[in-house]
Design a protein around this ligand. Sequence first.
Ligand code: HEM
Length: 237
Amino acid sequence: MSRLFLFRLAFDIAAACLLLFGFSYWWLGNVAHELAGTAMFLLLIMHNVFNRRWYGTISRRRRDARGAFNTAVTFALATAMLALLVTSILISNALSGIMSAYGGFTVRQLHTLAAYWVLVIVAVHLGLRWSMLMSFARTLLGISYPNAARTLVLRAVTAATAILGVWSSFQLGIGGKLSMQMTLDWWNFEESVAGFFIHCIAIAGLYIALTYYAMKGPRKNKRQAVSASSISENVRQ
Ligand code: HEM
């Protein structure tokens, strides 16, 4: 495993943490939110520069359900991220001198809508790469043999995360946020900060698990799936 790939994953983790942090707008306020968002977008530009070859191979790739789904998810993610970026610029306080004429209530609502969809789509994006991430973790921890007890514990943790994710979705009103419904119930950060992040991580965990297990079938059937080969190519780089 190359050092470069380790750096790439470290940047990916940082981008994911900044994304989660972005949801806690009412915790530390606007300046922290805008700084974190800017850093996340810079990391994501790097992420796409590192993965630029993937875009060049789309037309040459063999068509299978998993590959097609992966391509659709990546484009959905690009669209949602672009919407998030454009609305961020329009409502930015730091840029209000230039952009004040464009930002308004609807743009803020679109910004929130894009952000919650990004959370779900990033989780699906990670679920599609979960085998690769687990194999990376095994290499890092020096685990070379399967172990039934370990597998059982990990599955129990996954099941618990998924159940918590369903509950957290209701706690944070994710359904309403994904369908752009107006709500006045904001998380009370004075009561708990950790609780909010646990809910966000559990919701992401739910979609990662759903994607990972839904894709297990197609992966078994198509071991030579092109996206898997491009992932292993990434690991070698
Ligand atoms: C916080 C947001 C994101 C996280 C945590 C994330 C995470 C990851 C990870 C872990 C990988 C595999 C390792 C690597 O290549 O670095 C990956 C691959 C990739 N990501 Fe992301 N990603 C994010 C956002 C995005 C966005 C916004 C796009 C563009 C639309 C994107 C496009 C890609 C592509 C094209 C690949 C390579 C796919 C492949 O080889 O099959 N990602 N991402």
